[in-house]
Design a binder for this molecule. Sequence first.
Ligand code: COS
Length: 387
Amino acid sequence: MDFELTAEQREIKALAREFADAEIAPNASDWDREHRFPRELYPKLAELGLMGVCIPEELGGAGADFLSYILVLEELSRADAGVGVTVAVHTSAVTLPILTFGTDEQRSRFVPPLARGELIGAFALTETEAGSDAGSLRTTASRDGDGWRISGTKQFISTAEYAGTFLFFARTDPDTPGACGVSAFILDADHVRVTGAEEKLGLNSSVTNSIAVEDAFVDGDRMLHDEGKGFTVAMATLDGGRIGIAAQALGIAQAAFDAARAYALERKQFGQRIADFQAIQWKLADMATEIDAARMLVYRAAWLKQEGKPHTEEGAKAKLFASETARRQTAEAIQVFGGYGYTKEFPVERYYRDAKITEIYEGTSEIQRLVIARSVLGLRRQALAQG
Ligand code: COS
């Protein structure tokens, strides 16, 4: 067992941290307040190879491993979790599934513009009536000659407004309810109309849209993987995506700890630094311990994925624990700051608001527990439903 990062992983982590400290962190509170998507940032990330960290060089990426990408997400999210999710969805939920499930032609056509950051990716699975029960989606794709006609609406789609490529899920077999009748498609921005944007509790530097696809025609070569295999694409994508969200949660928790630690060493009450009080020392000790434990789960899941080993259960555990750690520890950071923590003068209230979503998207904590329970008990859906 080797807990050391490789030289390349350390180098990429340092590159991401340096960029995040210089270009992201100083602006994060303004972007949050103004609810501004920093469009100008993404070409700069792309220039450093950070829009395609774990994509092969011959397809426009930086050619690093999956753990390097996870380290990048952690560092970006430490500065601004909205930037973290935009890069995470773009990479984990769009570029990687096209790389994994695409034909050679699809890979060479769709991956390079994404990996080079010329286009941003969006993942369109969720619908009003299909959230945790993703397999019940209603958007349809019906055969039309050699291609497909797609119609339907989606909601909670990160970055749709700025996206050039969509991984889009639709029901190709109306007679088969549930997961089996679903297929995956690669759509362009032209196929999609953005119909709204959510006003959210946090993550205000990212955008979350509702979209409609209205009788859009796509050629047959836009289908990713086989007909009826869309749900498998979605689940395998989320298995990896959840490790990315876990890394985002880790970055937020680390940022909250760093802020609380610095404040505790500086703030004086009763004639001494609050870091000299045991009440604060224990808080910081618990924070540091939980964050370290989360980090171990996240890096292990990332390592399993890059080794090509099963990682469904481990990714779910990483997301479950890291997201709950982020929610708990950002609240503790506010507590260390006292009244100041509740104001916008310090960033910890933003970390607290941003942390909450990590327990919800790419599968709620309840869904992660379900995935873990099925795995440790060796159960399938029917068995669980029967109790
Ligand atoms: N990897 C690959 N394939 C998978 C898989 C995985 N991790 N998990 C399930 N599948 C496949 C199954 O093998 C099955 O295919 P076959 O019938 O060909 O064997 C199919 O997908 C259906 O699986 P299952 O019966 O387990 O589906 P359920 O409807 O019970 O759904 C959960 C399973 C609840 C785990 C799934 O719906 C889920 O993850 N929901 C949360 C969705 C989510 O995260 N949404 C957020 C969207 S992005 S913000």
